[in-house]
Design a protein around this ligand. Structure first.
Ligand SMILES: [Zn+2]
Length: 419
């Protein structure tokens, strides 16, 4: 069989593996609480809080969608016309058109152009956040964060680009197989090292101070049978008033992180409810599942790009002879951008189901639906959430159930548990 035949077979295998993983490990059968209960929860929220959240979200909306549209247009303009391949050539010119210079500098130049055209929208977003008092980061802090994130992406991007085009040169017929394995490996590696190497670039993490709350949280994790090495506090207050917590890392790098803003604003019972939700993610291995689906998806993407890359009319549009050239990188970016936009609703749906399961875990673990509901109200109030966002936006991009869904779920739990 030809390399192409093997690639078709491999892609089919990866797609099946991805579908089976998602079917078995995502809790699909977790429908949201009845709409009537959600509307009752909405009526119980202070009208002023709901109005302010909606006003804030409406202020963010035009810029957010415009950034998506402009990002897409630029990716298409660079990938489906010879513009992008010229940019790659230009980046390699000072280095005698060396392939490695084209691959790394050209690749990063393409990504940078895409970032720069959406920069005004990012600045506009920061201005809105500041106007509503959510951001405590001045413009200089914002710029430093931006430069840091460019630097992190440039390092990871340079490694990935150099790896990909080295493999293409070493194995011109089978590069897609090595590239797929490499992409999957990179996703797994990043899951381990991001919390240790990248998160500290943006925040300082300190172990939660000893006291009744820390004792309670540690005891709860033990009761839950979840080995948690530490509960860390992030100094999020230096850039935001928003409250949050998350779990990241795998194995020895797994940790639960609580924003210092959350500790300052919420009652101990509410913090406990938040951490119980995060323990749910750890217990159900959501980071592992996310890493696994990410690795399978990345591998499938490499093979798919190889197969689509032999499509003559696409190559002609991009002004290249082969998808294996660094000059064809902008075409790959265009294809990945379109795939990302098309698959966003599916990713959001999977995320919402996983989040709803973590909520159910938190309710069962704490047995305290009142604190859970209070925590949801506080989260929505401080973060200026729309407790019941427009349906289309929810379906396209909401990674968490809405506030009214979460409150309705807590009340349903309370009814069933007779509390
Ligand atoms: Zn969560």
């Amino acid at each position: 069989m030809s390399p192409r035949g093997w690639a078709v077979l491999t892609l089919a295998g990866l797609v099946v593996a991805l579908a089976v993983t998602a079917a078995l490990l995502i809790p699909w059968s977790r429908p949201p609480a009845p709409r009537a209960d959600q509307l009752a929860a909405l009526r119980d929220l202070p009208a002023e809080q709901v109005a302010r959240g909606r006003e804030f979200r409406s202020a963010l909306r035009p810029g957010g969608w415009a950034a998506l549209a402009v990002g897409l247009l630029v990716a298409l303009a660079l990938g489906l016309t010879p513009l992008g391949s010229r940019l790659v050539e230009l980046a390699g010119r000072p280095f005698g058109d060396h392939w490695a210079a084209q691959a790394v500098l050209g690749g990063l130049a393409v990504v940078l152009v895409a970032d720069l055209v959406t920069l005004p929208f990012a600045a506009w977003r920061h201005a809105v956040l500041t106007r509503y008092g959510l951001s405590t980061n001045g413009w200089s802090g914002w710029a430093v964060d931006l430069l840091k994130s460019y630097a992190v992406s440039a390092v990871i991007g340079a490694v990935a680009l150099l790896g990909l085009y080295t493999v293409i040169r070493l194995a011109p017929r089978w590069w897609w197989a090595f590239g797929a394995a490499g992409a999957a490996g990179l996703v797994v590696l990043l899951s381990f090292v991001l919390p240790v190497l990248v998160e500290p670039v943006f925040n300082r993490f300190t172990p939660m101070e000893p006291g009744p709350l820390r004792t309670e949280l540690t005891a709860m994790a033990a009761r839950d049978g979840v080995p948690v090495r530490d509960v860390l506090v992030a100094d999020a207050s230096r850039r935001t008033r928003a409250v949050n917590a998350y779990v990241s890392g795998l194995g020895p790098t797994r940790r639960i992180v609580v924003y210092d803003t959350l500790l300052r604003e919420a009652s101990p019972a509410e913090v406990t409810a938040v951490v119980a939700h995060e323990l749910g993610h750890a217990k159900d291995r959501d980071v592992v599942v996310g890493t696994l689906t990410g690795a399978l998806g990345a591998a499938a993407a490499v093979v798919a790009l190889y197969l689509i890359g032999s499509w003559g009319s696409l190559l002609r549009l991009a002004g290249v002879d082969s998808v294996a050239q660094p000059r064809a990188f902008p075409l790959l970016v265009a294809l990945v951008t379109v795939t990302g936009l098309v698959s966003a609703p599916v990713q959001a749906l999977m995320s919402r189901r996983v989040e709803a399961r973590a909520d159910a875990h938190a309710l069962a673990l704490t047995g305290d639906p009142a604190a859970f509901e209070a925590m949801q109200r506080r989260l929505a109030g401080i973060n200026l959430a729309d407790p019941d966002p427009p349906r289309w936006e929810y379906l396209y991009s909401a990674t968490h159930p809405s506030t009214v869904e979460r409150i309705a779920a807590a009340r349903a739990y309370a009814r069933e548990a007779g509390r």
